[in-house]
Write a protein that binds this ligand. Structure first.
Ligand code: ZN
Ligand code: MN
Length: 444
């Protein structure tokens, strides 16, 4: 008997960092604030209070959906998801069910595998239960500051087949929401939370079996994603060997990760969708986008450079290796810092690759601006500098050696001049900018 396939789908919840909450004007910046100081009748669920959707949260969810190659749904609406829990004062969560903002899409892993996305929808976060000991008694307190904070839910298809893939998928989601500047994506703070669904395909004597599906909760750090899934894989396999329980309807279980004991423990039986009695939120009319609205969303989206696009551009534009580009595009702020340095370096006839290595190896004095870093680098390196005349001479020399470069440039392919830059760099260690060569050709 062996595990022939691990089947994982992941629900990710991401808190948006909008200024205000999803359906009221309270501040959405709740982390570390004194309990119950950022509430109002709407997010406390008082009778008669009316929710008004946050436009920015809707816009951001759509941008995220587009970044995941999803499709904007022309018709969308909010619905009530009914369940009882002390952190949910209304007795229902305003969420989306039949008509999410986005359907479909995918996220590519490094090896090219595409994890399909089922849907991306918008909802509100719940309050938070705080377990404490007061006067020797164990009590549970409720803090409603988080109640009503905009929450995006990204649901993947069960296309993930290992804990490594799950980790990479989540890291990519986190990178994406940070690039889009719509969330901290911080699992430790709870602004990003994930719930993997996992079951196993087991082969025994040429027969195939499927274990029940388990939903894992309470994973509140990136470090534990892999651990929790690995633990659960082994547990499910042992369980199947012992009891041979197969997947059947209504057989979904919820287990929580205990990061002290490093095990998963059973939680309440998972509700079926029927139990939630979803119905349209009567206080918020459905939204129907016009063609113009959809075009606007797409236009706004086109202006954004996604991390994987930047990764490719850095390799092309600065001749970085995949590895270098990957590190430098990990975070948008670092990518911007490097790009500014690289541009200044090129303008000053320095090699951006050298700057890339310095930044990757963190071998430079702290708190420098890109300008200062390039200054420091030039002083440090005693790189040969060339006079304008010498540079012009070199350009002439190599334009003569490689007439096809000039020809290519004249035909509208400036990248053809790359060979000239490469040759001058090889001979002198100095990097001449493409613009410089181009303007030389234009003038002569
Ligand atoms: Zn409020
Ligand atoms: Mn949800």
């Amino acid at each position: 008997m062996k595990i022939s396939k691990i089947i994982i789908g992941i629900e990710v919840h991401v808190e948006l960092k909008t200024a205000s909450k999803m359906f009221c004007g309270c501040s959405a910046d709740h982390f570390g604030k004194p309990p119950n100081t950022q509430t109002c009748p709407v997010c406390l669920g008082l009778p008669g209070a009316l929710p008004v959707p946050n436009k920015k949260a809707v816009d951001w969810t759509i941008i995220l959906g587009l970044a995941l190659s999803g499709e904007i749904q022309k018709y969308t609406m909010f619905e009530r998801k009914n369940y009882f829990y002390p952190d949910l004062p209304k007795g229902y969560q305003i969420s989306q069910y039949r008509y999410p903002l986005i359907k479909g899409g995918f996220l590519s892993l490094e090896n090219g595998k595409k994890i399909k996305i089922k849907r991306v929808h918008l909802e509100e976060d719940t309050g938070k239960l705080v377990h404490q000991k007061i006067n020797g008694k164990y009590v549970t307190l409720v803090d409603f500051n988080r109640s009503g904070v905009p929450l995006v839910e990204i649901v993947s298809e069960p296309d993930i087949n290992s804990s490594e893939e799950a980790k990479e998928y989540l890291e990519k989601i986190r990178q994406l929401v940070r690039y889009l500047d719509i969330s901290d994506g911080d699992m430790e703070k709870g602004s990003m939370r994930c719930e993997p669904n996992i079951n196993l395909e087991i082969t025994d004597n040429d027969k195939t079996y499927y274990t029940p599906i388990v939903e894992l909760k309470n994973i509140n750090s990136f470090r534990f994603v892999k651990k929790a899934i690995d633990y659960e894989t082994e547990r499910l396999f042992n369980e199947f060997q012992k009891n041979r329980v197969e997947k059947a309807k209504g057989n979904k279980q919820t287990r929580g990760w205990d990061d002290v004991k490093q095990i998963t423990i059973p939680q309440r039986e998972k509700e079926e969708e029927n139990d939630y009695r979803y119905f349209p939120e009567p206080d918020i009319p459905p939204i129907e986008w016009s063609e113009g609205d959809i075009q606007n969303f797409c236009k706004n989206f086109e202006r954004i450079e996604l991390p994987w696009q930047k990764l490719e551009r850095f390799q092309r534009e600065f001749q970085l290796s995949f590895y270098q580009a990957k590190i430098l595009t990990e975070e948008r702020s670092l990518a911007n810092f490097f790009e500014n340095c690289a541009k200044i370096a090129i303008r000053r006839s320095q090699d951006p690759l050298k700057l890339a290595n310095i930044i990757i190896n963190k071998k430079f004095p702290p708190n420098l601006t890109p300008e200062q870093l390039v200054d420091w680098y030039i002083k440090e390196q005693t790189i040969p500098t060339l006079s304008e005349e010498e540079i012009d001479k070199l350009i002439v020399k190599y334009l003569n050696t490689y007439p096809e470069a000039k020809e290519g440039y004249r035909k509208g392919k400036p990248q053809a001049l790359g060979i000239i830059i490469g040759q001058i760099k090889k001979e002198t260690g100095v990097v001449v900018s493409l613009e410089k060569i181009a303007s030389f050709i234009d003038k002569n």
